[in-house]
Design a protein around this ligand. Sequence first.
Ligand code: F58
Length: 798
Amino acid sequence: MSKDAMKDSVLAHLKYALGKDAAHATVYDWRIALSLAVRDRIVDPWFNATRTVYRADAKRVYYLSMEFLIGRLLEDALVNSGAHDEARAAFDALGLPFEDVLYDEPDPALGNGGLGRLAACFLESLSTLGIPAMGYGIRYEHGLFRQRFENGWQVEEPETWLTQDHVWEFERPEAAFEIGFGGHVHGGEDRAVWRPAEAVIAQAFDTPVIGWQGRWANTLRLWGALPKQVLDLGRFNRGDFSGAAEPEALARTISRVLYPDDTTEGGKALRLKQEYFFTSASLRDLLRRFEGDHDDWRDLPKKVAIQLNDTHPGIAGPELVRLLVDERGMAFEDAVEVARGCLNYTNHTLLPEALERWNEGLLGYLLPRHMQLIERIDELHARENPKRKVSIREHGEVKMGDLSFIMASKVNGVSALHTELMKETVFRDLHKLHPERIINQTNGVTPRRWLRTCNPALAGLITDTIGDGWIADAEELERLEPHLDDAAFLERFADAKRANKARLADWIGKTQGVQLDPSAMFDVQIKRIHEYKRQHLNILETIALWQEMRDHPDGDWQPRVKIFGGKAAPGYHFAKEIIHLINSVARVANADPVTAKWLKVVFPPNYNVTLAERLIPAADLSEQISTAGMEASGTGNMKFALNGAVTLGTLDGANVEIRDRVGAENFFLFGMTAEEVMARREVEGHAAAAIAADPRLARALDALRNGTFADGDHDRFRGIADNIAGPDWFLVASDFADYWRAGRAAEAAFRDGAGWNRQAALNTARAGWFSSDRTIRGYARDIWRADPPDSFRTVAAE
Ligand code: F58
């Protein structure tokens, strides 16, 4: 499409879809008009892909996830459909600010963090690779809360992405299912009849996901909850107007917010309802599709691969069995076999408190038939494995991890280390019974969004140097290596980074009122706030650094900017304290005339995909400092490496594999190994010993207790200090000295400009393996046994 055709299309949509003329159009109007113009280009490849799959009767992959952290869609669609340059030229010709139009789009925050973003990267890679797939999730009216700070404290506000037109989705009123809860079960052992006490409607909303070069598009199908009955007319006519609207309000609650606070009983029930709601709708949808052209249910695993993204859709096991037994008359054991043939489960955490368990009372109340089936599945597993030591049920609870494991063909971890730890810890007993079931699939990220689109300066340099083949095959980035001895190339690499940093500094100056020197080292830690991720280790080191600078104001300090981003779960008090501490240190340190030329701390609020896209290209140093053995993989670590930031990190999650690939000399390693962590926890008084051995650490902790960052209030940060000095489960004190050492080593390396540039560029050159295309190929080969249809190449040529 030419620039003029794009311009005409945008103007036509402006006029006929929005009813505006160019003279009166707002940025919003232009954005919607452009989005519709691009959407027009996606619909044909989308239809073609769907037709191709039907014609070939190809196996489909269904990715079930509570979260799809898709981020803004317009720029992705422009880049992948190949319309980006024409659109920019068209907007230039119209005299409109293209960037402002792109940034006008709200960021659908339909996820918490890595798990949700991984699902979004996977969908994009599935489309790029032409693998027939569908993502299934929930269309939350309000995604993850919007974060703002009040006196340094996190305040949560509802996210409102759907108050504007969301033109990427197509509503499908005909794709709707009734989802029941509660009630009673009637009938026999095998075939039973469940009569739910209440029901809501799950209705589909489809978003096409276009792959690189517009060759293929899969669908993201999100379910919205609707009432069966809009209004209780009886109550309305009796004058009970708010009561009359109750059925609608109650039904809609199910798809209202992402991850409601489940510290209350009501919250727990709602979360379970959400999980069943989208899992049931998705399974019924895919069975209906299969039913259209097949008559033998035993063939289901040949045509359907279902991936459970963590245990949130773990009720899929019993639900699929129920749909086959109660609604299609299959024998129980046959149904279990068919279900196991289709289902696979990805684990994302070893943290015991994050492994889902459902109380049997609640489960039996909301899903009585499923509770019966879970009992039978457990009995069957016991019969099949007479020597087993485990049971799905324990202390009146159902362990969703074990249930998902037992009902899956394959169970995978998300990095090499995490997969090994899964075998030794959470799934030790089950792994012994089923030694072939656990496999590893190290995570990856899409290089389209996380390099090509978010970092045009670096992407342009790479393409000038080695051509654009790397966008489809990120491992081609290795071809940069011969250029790393070319001073002119390294200078251009540094120019790109400098430009990104200057742009970020400008934005932070405008939005946060903090002035940054773009030549300082930009040191970034962005992720959910959690004790195991150890933002408190980072801020403690910042305090120690600040103290040393004040002691030696004539020292030759390396200027450093510490950038933080992340949200704390609303009920996680300690994480909120950490946020408050970071903001308090920022307030004091940034105002200190002695240190301000060397040290700045910034924490832009409301970290989300859009903010990550701004920060990652501008980072010099990537902080990946979790307690070893606790971060399943991490995916931010991959995005940073791809964008030429050097990692300062522990031997945890995928850091291990990043270090293997980029080389130990291009990675700042510190801290204990996972094994050492386990051993150290057993040593009584480990924190006190570490503090006694390190006056620098002791002094930084003192500053938390003497009111330095709390206007003299000695108690404000005492909780954090006492935690580090006391139980210190996450070994902040024990790892502090080595973290300090590694930080200084990174600063010294950064001073050596040319050497640093080479290290940074080497990270980019060797990070191509961390593309989600590689990960998806692994899943397709080892788990799903699904391929692109033969005609994928023909479609490309059409
Ligand atoms: C993350 N999990 C892991 N969970 O922490 C990270 O190491 C990994 O790289 C990533 O998954 C992808 O595999 C994660 O993001 C959540 O967000 C939970 C969702 C349910 C509520 C509690 C948080």
